[in-house]
Design a protein around this ligand. Structure first.
Ligand SMILES: N[C@@H](CCC(=O)N[C@@H](CS)C(=O)NCC(=O)O)C(=O)O
Length: 308
């Protein structure tokens, strides 16, 4: 197996979910640091236009969205703990990655939290960042929650978590996929100095955060974006095992020209030939001038497939 490559940037919370999973699974990986805003000229040839962060690459196979990245890492390592609690853990993970994520973004948009963040950014960088994120959400704002309501919601979450965590992780002695999704949201909030008083009131939650943080980030080496693109171009993609399941694909058959896009924000369609579609995953094949033959993997959940 070639080493997983993660295209990410340090403050990205969804990237922290994967970095911590690398730590838990004690994996070796290569890190490509991308800019927090577009353009990303060495990454787009690999992803076909998908622009959320992070993106994982294994040779000429490219994984978009942490849902499918986590499944791939569990499969690669033969891990049998992450998905062991089943339905409930998968649904808690989904809730954290969508609803709780939006609450935490709203929380970090409180004036005092924005001021703490902005103190590390120049006015020009802040303006470029806001313009980029407006394009990302394309008229459908990610933050639709009032900051004060987000704070009230978040404090009640902390109180409930603090009172109910009686074991090291949400579903027992080993972490499940739900812990990694909950953790990256808590990490994002805890990383803003304005939120310190919110978190420090809850010792059990703090211990939980420390337990997750102690997994570290695995064994990482740096890689230049150009080198990652060259790896994609030089590698042959690995074909998926699963076929196109008509229960998901409806009228679309293997080989159909399709586009795949997230159904929330950053709805940039990626075009290719449908290879595989099952309950967990959609895979398309692309031919790219710079990256060569690439297979792009998306989760079944949160994405829309259309005939091209
Ligand atoms: N559902 C996606 C969400 C990813 C996401 O929203 N990531 C943020 C960064 S933490 C993002 O893409 N921001 C815009 C960007 O980096 O271009 C996943 O699980 O990977």
């Amino acid at each position: 197996m070639s080493t997983p490559i993660l295209h990410h940037y340090p403050p990205s919370l969804f990237s922290e979910k994967i970095r911590t999973l690398f730590g838990y699974l004690q994996l070796e990986w290569q890190s490509v640091i991308i800019p927090p805003i577009m353009p990303r000229p060495h990454l787009m040839p690999l992803s076909g236009g998908y622009r959320k962060t992070p993106i994982m690459q294994i040779g000429a196979n490219v994984y978009c969205d942490t849902e499918i990245i986590c499944r791939k890492l569990a499969e690669l390592t033969g891990d049998n703990t992450l998905y062991a609690p089943g339905f409930v853990a998968e649904r808690v993970a989904r809730w954290a990655d969508t609803e709780l994520f939006r609450t935490t973004v709203a929380l970090n948009f409180r004036p005092e939290a924005l001021a703490a963040q902005m103190s590390q950014m120049s006015a020009a960088d802040m303006e470029a960042f806001q313009k980029d994120r407006a394009e990302l959400s394309a008229g459908a704002p990610i933050v639709a929650v009032d900051p004060a309501a987000a704070q009230a919601d978040f404090v009640s979450l902390l109180a409930s978590l603090n009172a109910s965590l009686r074991q090291p992780f949400l579903f027992g002695d080993a972490p499940s996929i739900a812990d990694f999704s909950l953790y990256h949201c808590l990490w994002f909030v805890a990383g803003n100095a304005a939120n310190t008083p919110l978190i420090e009131a809850w010792p059990t939650v703090q211990d939980y955060l420390t337990r997750m943080q102690d997994f570290g980030h695995g064994c990482v080496t740096e890689l230049a974006p150009q080198a990652a693109l060259a790896i994609g171009a030089e590698s042959e993609p690995q074909y998926p095992d699963a076929a196109v399941d008509p229960r998901y694909a409806d009228t679309l058959a293997a080989g159909a020209a399709v586009t795949v896009a997230p159904n929330d924000y950053g709805r940039i369609p990626v075009a290719g030939k449908l290879l595989s579609w099952n309950g967990n995953e959609i895979v398309i094949a692309r031919e790219d001038d710079q990256a060569g033959n690439i297979m792009v993997h998306f989760p079944n959940i949160g994405f829309e497939v259309a005939a091209a």
